[in-house]
Design a protein around this ligand. Structure first.
Ligand SMILES: *[C@@H]1O[C@H](CO)[C@@H](O)[C@H](O)[C@H]1NC(C)=O
Ligand SMILES: *[C@@H]1O[C@H](CO)[C@@H](O)[C@H](O)[C@H]1NC(C)=O
Ligand SMILES: *[C@@H]1O[C@H](CO)[C@@H](O)[C@H](O)[C@H]1NC(C)=O
Length: 473
């Protein structure tokens, strides 16, 4: 059972800590440095071969609707990944996909897909749809016919990728000198589908150097995509949850995207993390945890601060995917992080600013509406609590924008037993004390806001190690 700090305790803490804790000043209006928030900042990527399977899961529709309702805008979806480069279009295929695997949790090494792949996308997805097609097999005529069919079938088609992570193509691949290859493919296919390409799609290369190399074919590009996994469990590499969820670690990691975003924006195209999640190659045990949920909250906000317009969180093979938000055994802990950050961003979130200096363990953010008025604060205490020893807590005080001289504000807490807790192993992660999600992603229980006392024009909240809190101004 979770013990929430009671209001009278907060009062005592507030008075005893007032001398120790310097209040953070919240701007009264959005400064010019505040970052803009896309209506689908939290987006979803579905592995190509698994996409039809995802449409058969009740939880896909429910989870996406939950996220959509919080933002008042549909979730943008990218369909792609490793298997887009193993897929061949068959215009006569009656089913969306066709492949054979030894075990139901294997990804196919080769597959075909038919026209109903695209009609399934048109009828099941509400948000902008990005479709990843094959370049690695170097069958441009086949990819062209698939692109034409996608364009005809999906009214909400937003972008088309040609190739996934071409930086990892074997040196024997027909596709080398990637920017030149991309440019020639864009020029060949754009006349049939329009200037809607998602360029780069790199995982190990930065995207900024590619933009000048695309030459005039940049006019065929709508978006630039970079793939991002802060940790890897590939080839026996070890993962570390404390490092993943560290606020200062997330700040320094996401800074790397600012230059790539700036180069895309200077070229007049949008910049996305077109595929992202916590750890590659099976997630290394850290991906399904409550700590990974907290990572999502901070990573999404730091992404926005570094001009990443959308982060497409990848959902892989159904039933064999540690970082997946749903479709594994139940709705996983990471989904709670996605839900919580969308609750913070809300339907009115327009701009965001960080209020801490990025070097400590505790993050503070302020969200502004389109009028530039501060509407919510978020505090993330990234101090690591793995269940051993005593759980520490930190008090953070705010003054300034939107905070009255006295009275009460309300707050919503995202918490769990400890950072390593997994919902699929019985760990109970909650939002607002009692809100959880069942295996079909239906909300269960009631979300309750806590009261936060404002005294002496100062609002003080207490957040435990490995916990996050939204304050409503
Ligand atoms: C989807 O993309 C179109 C452009 O094709 C854009 O006008 C629209 O606003 C987008 N929708 C969302 C929800 O982002
Ligand atoms: C950043 O903030 C932390 C925590 O509030 C503080 O301890 C540290 O001195 C600050 N560092 C700088 C460079 O201002
Ligand atoms: C962390 O929480 C889980 C419940 O989610 C529990 O099973 C585990 O024992 C806890 N870890 C420690 C070290 O207490």
């Amino acid at each position: 059972m979770l013990v929430h700090t009671r209001v009278d305790t907060i009062l005592l803490l507030a008075s005893s800590l007032a001398a120790l804790v310097t209040a953070i000043t919240v701007p009264t209006t959005a400064p010019s440095t505040a970052s803009t928030i896309d209506s689908s900042l939290v987006a979803v990527s579905l592995e190509f071969f698994a996409f039809p399977g995802y449409t058969n899961l009740v939880s896909t529709g429910t989870c996406l609707a939950n996220l959509q309702n919080l933002r008042g805008a549909p979730v943008a979806i990218r369909i792609g990944g490793t298997t887009q480069d193993r897929a061949t279009y068959d215009p006569t295929l009656a089913t969306p996909v066709s492949f054979t695997v030894a075990s139901p949790t294997d990804a196919p090494t080769s597959l075909t897909f038919g026209p109903s792949f695209f009609t399934l996308a048109a009828s099941n997805l509400d948000g902008n749809v990005t479709v990843g097609l094959n370049r690695q097999l170097n069958n441009q005529a086949n990819t062209l016919s698939a692109a034409v069919q996608a364009k005809e079938s999906i009214p909400q088609l937003y972008a088309i990728e040609l190739g996934n992570e071409p930086d990892l193509y074997a040196s024997t691949s027909p596709i080398s000198a990637d920017a030149a290859s991309e440019a020639s493919w864009f020029k060949a296919i754009a006349p049939s589908v329009g200037n809607i390409f998602q360029a780069a799609v790199y995982i190990s290369w930065r995207t900024a150097p590619t933009i000048p190399l695309l030459g005039t074919s940049i006019s065929n590009v709508r978006t630039v995509s970079e793939h991002s996994y802060p940790q890897s469990a590939c080839n026996g590499a070890t993962t570390n949850l404390q490092t993943l969820m560290s606020h200062s670690g997330i700040v320094s990691y996401t800074k790397g995207f600012a230059a790539d975003a700036a180069s895309a924006h200077a070229a007049g195209v949008r910049y996305f993390l077109g595929e992202t999640n916590s750890a590659t190659c099976g997630g290394g045990g850290i991906s399904p945890t409550f700590g990974a949920a907290l990572w999502i909250v901070d990573y999404v906000l730091q992404g926005a601060l570094n001009s990443v317009e959308r982060l497409y969180f990848h959902q892989g093979t159904i039933g064999d995917c540690q970082y997946c938000w749903w479709g594994q055994f139940t709705t996983g802990a990471p989904f709670y992080g996605a839900y919580f950050v969308n609750e913070f961003l809300g339907t009115d979130g327009a701009k965001i600013e960080m209020l801490d200096n990025g070097t400590g363990a505790v993050a503070s953010y302020v969200l502004f509406n389109s009028a530039g008025t501060p509407v919510r604060l978020l505090v993330y205490n990234s101090n690591y609590f793995d269940g051993t020893g005593t759980r520490s807590s930190t008090s953070v005080s705010f003054t300034g924008g939107g905070i009255p001289a006295s009275g009460t504000a309300t707050a919503l807490r995202l918490t769990g037993p400890n950072a390593t807790s997994r919902v699929d192993e019985g760990g109970v992660v909650t939002i607002g004390g009692d809100l959880t999600f069942d295996g079909d992603c239906n909300a269960v229980g009631t979300q309750t806001r806590e009261n936060v006392v404002v005294t002496g024009s100062t609002l003080t909240v207490t957040v435990q190690a490995s916990e996050a809190l939204i304050v409503y101004l």
